[in-house]
Design a protein around this ligand. Structure first.
Ligand code: ZN
Length: 492
C-alpha cells in the first residue's frame, strides 16, 4: 500500500519512501484529471457542489501528497528523494497550469457564474469571484497557441526555481572550516564554541567546526575577533551557488526572461504587476513607491548610525581605524550595544530555553484565544527531534502540528510554516494539520537549547502562521487559513 495515495491521519511520515513518490503522483494526477474532465462534462443545471466544491475536491489528494513530498524534501532530503521530487515536480506543476487552460472546465465555470452562481453570497460568492479571476490570470482566455506557450513556461519555471533552491542548499552545506587552535575562537561566546565543538565531533573531527548554517554563521559575524575569518565566511555566504557545479547565475536571467514573457502573454506590463494584482500592494509601481518611501525615511538614520558606529570603532582602535566593511558591521554593532546599553544578547539566552519559550507561547495563545496546545506522543515524525502537538478548543480537536526547530544538513535554511491538510466540516475527523520549521540554536550535549531573542520572535512568528491555518473555519479549501494574499499572510 502506497501511503501517499490516500489521506490518512496521523500522517504516516514513517512509511513514506522515495520510490513511492512517482507511482503515487502519477496515479493521483490521473484520478484528478478524470475528476476535472467529469466536472466539465456534466449535463443539467450546475450547482456550487458540482462546480466549485467538486473542483476543490478534485485537487485535494494531489495537493496533500505533493505537500508531503515537498516538505520531506525540504526537511529530510536524501538523493533518491530529491530525484523523485524532481521527477514529479514538473508533472504536478504542469497539472496545475493546465487547470485554468481546460476549455470545458472554463466554459462550465462561466456558465455557472452566469446562471445559479449569481445568487451566491458570502464565502461561496468570494470563492466564485476568486476562481474566475484566477482562471483569467492564468490564461483561461488565451488562444490555443498562447495556452500551450504558457504551460511550457510554467513547467520550465518550476524546474528552474527548484534547481535554484537546491543549489543554495547544497552550496550552503558545501562550505565549512574546522579550526584546531583555541586562539582562533577569540571573541566567540561559550554557546557558539560548544556548538562548533559538537559539530566537529559529529563529523568525526577534532577541534571546532563552523558552517554557513544560521546559528554558526551569525555567531561568527557577531562575535569573532578575527576580521579575516569574518570576511572569508561573509564572502562564502554571499557568493553561495554562484560558481562551479552549483552555479545559479545562468538560472537567474532565464527566470526573469520567462517571468516577463509570462506577464506579457497574460496582458500585464511585467511580472511584478502580474503577481501583485492579487496582493495588498496591487501593482509593481506601488510596491516600488513603498520601498522608495521607506528608503527615503530610513537613509538619514542609516547614515547617522553608520557614522556613529565608525566613530565607536575609532574610540576602540584609535583615530586611524579603517572604514567599516560589510563583515564588520554586526561585530562592531554588538560591541557598541554592549558598551552603550550594557546589553548582551548572549546573556539573554538563559532566559529562553526552547521548552520554556514554547510553553510560554502556548500559554499566551491560550489566554488570547482560549485554545489549548498539548503534546501528542506516538505520532510518526520525520526526525527524532520533531514534536507533534494538538490544538484543542474545549474537548474538540481543531488541528495538529509538527514543530521542527533545529538545523540539519538535510534540511533547508530559514524558518517557515507548512500546511498539510485543511480541516473540513464535511469530512469526519478531518482537522487542520501543519508544521512549523526553523533553524534555531540547537541543544548541545543534553543541555537545553538556549535561544536568542530574535529566535524567540521567529517561534512566535511561525506559530502565528500555524494558528492562521489551524483556527480557520472557511469551507472553501482555496480560501481557508493561509490561502490569502502573500503579503497579507504576514499580518496574522
Ligand atoms: Zn511569515
Amino acid at each position: 500500500m502506497n501511503p501517499l495515495l490516500s489521506i490518512q491521519t496521523p500522517i504516516p511520515f514513517d512509511q513514506i519512501r522515495a520510490e513511492q513518490v512517482e507511482p503515487a503522483l502519477d496515479e493521483l494526477l490521473r484520478e484528478a484529471r478524470g475528476a476535472i474532465d467529469a466536472i466539465a462534462a456534466q449535463t443539467g443545471p450546475r450547482t456550487y457542489e458540482s462546480t466549485l466544491a467538486a473542483l476543490d475536491a478534485a485537487t485535494e489528494k494531489v495537493e496533500y501528497a505533493m505537500g508531503l513530498v515537498r516538505h520531506l524534501e525540504g526537511v529530510t532530503t536524501y538523493p533518491e528523494l530529491r530525484a523523485a521530487h524532481n521527477a514529479v515536480e514538473p508533472k504536478v506543476s504542469e497539472f496545475y497550469s493546465r487547470i485554468p487552460l481546460h476549455e470545458g472546465l472554463w466554459q462550465c465555470l462561466k456558465s455557472y457564474a452566469q446562471t445559479s452562481g449569481t445568487s451566491l453570497a458570502g464565502v461561496r460568492k468570494r470563492n466564485l469571484e476568486k476562481t474566475l479571476d484566477y482562471f483569467r490570470r492564468h490564461g483561461a482566455d488565451l488562444d490555443a497557441a498562447g495556452k500551450a506557450r504558457l504551460a511550457a513556461i510554467d513547467v520550465e519555471l518550476a524546474e528552474l526555481t527548484t534547481k535554484f533552491s537546491q543549489h543554495v542548499l547544497d552550496a550552503t552545506n558545501a562550505y565549512d572550516e574546522v579550526w584546531a587552535g583555541k586562539e582562533q575562537l577569540s571573541g566567540l561566546p561559550e554557546s557558539a564554541v560548544e556548538a562548533a565543538a559538537a559539530s566537529a565531533k559529529a563529523k568525526g573531527k577534532e577541534g571546532w567546526r563552523f558552517t554557513l548554517q544560521a546559528p554558526s554563521y551569525i555567531a561568527l559575524m557577531t562575535y569573532l575577533d578575527n576580521p579575516a575569518a569574518r570576511e572569508r565566511f561573509y564572502r562564502a555566504y554571499m557568493t553561495r551557488a554562484s560558481s562551479g557545479e552549483l552555479d545559479n547565475s545562468s538560472i537567474v536571467p532565464r527566470v526573469l526572461e520567462l517571468r516577463k514573457e509570462k506577464a506579457r502573454l497574460l496582458g500585464f506590463a511585467d511580472f511584478a504587476d502580474l503577481v501583485l494584482v492579487d496582493r495588498m500592494a496591487k501593482t509593481g509601481a506601488r510596491a516600488m513607491e513603498f520601498l522608495e518611501d521607506l528608503r527615503g525615511r530610513s537613509i538619514p538614520f542609516f547614515e547617522r548610525e553608520n557614522t556613529q558606529l565608525h566613530a565607536f570603532r575609532g574610540d576602540l582602535e584609535g583615530g586611524g581605524a579603517p572604514g567599516l566593511q560589510a563583515w564588520d558591521i554586526g561585530y562592531y554593532a554588538e560591541k557598541e550595544r554592549k558598551a552603550k546599553y550594557d546589553f548582551d544578547e548572549e546573556e539573554l539566552r538563559p532566559y529562553f530555553p526552547v521548552e520554556q519559550v514554547v510553553a510560554g507561547m502556548f500559554e499566551t495563545v491560550t489566554r488570547l484565544y482560549g485554545v489549548v496546545m498539548r503534546e501528542a506522543p506516538g505520532v510518526p515524525v520525520w526526525d527524532k527531534d520533531v514534536k507533534y502537538y494538538e490544538i484543542l478548543e474545549g474537548s474538540q480537536v481543531l488541528g495538529g502540528f509538527y514543530a521542527d526547530w533545529f538545523p540539519r544538513e538535510n534540511k533547508r535554511g530559514g524558518a517557515w510554516m507548512d500546511a498539510f491538510l485543511t480541516g473540513s466540516p464535511a469530512v469526519p475527523d478531518r482537522v487542520h494539520i501543519g508544521a512549523i520549521n526553523g533553524n534555531l540554536t540547537p541543544p548541545v550535549e543534553g543541555k537545553p537549547a538556549l535561544l536568542t531573542h530574535r529566535e524567540v520572535e521567529t517561534i512566535f512568528h511561525e506559530f502565528g502562521h500555524l494558528l492562521h491555518h489551524c483556527l480557520s473555519r472557511v469551507e472553501a479549501r482555496g480560501l481557508s487559513g493561509t490561502n490569502v494574499a502573500w503579503d497579507f499572510v504576514e499580518l496574522p
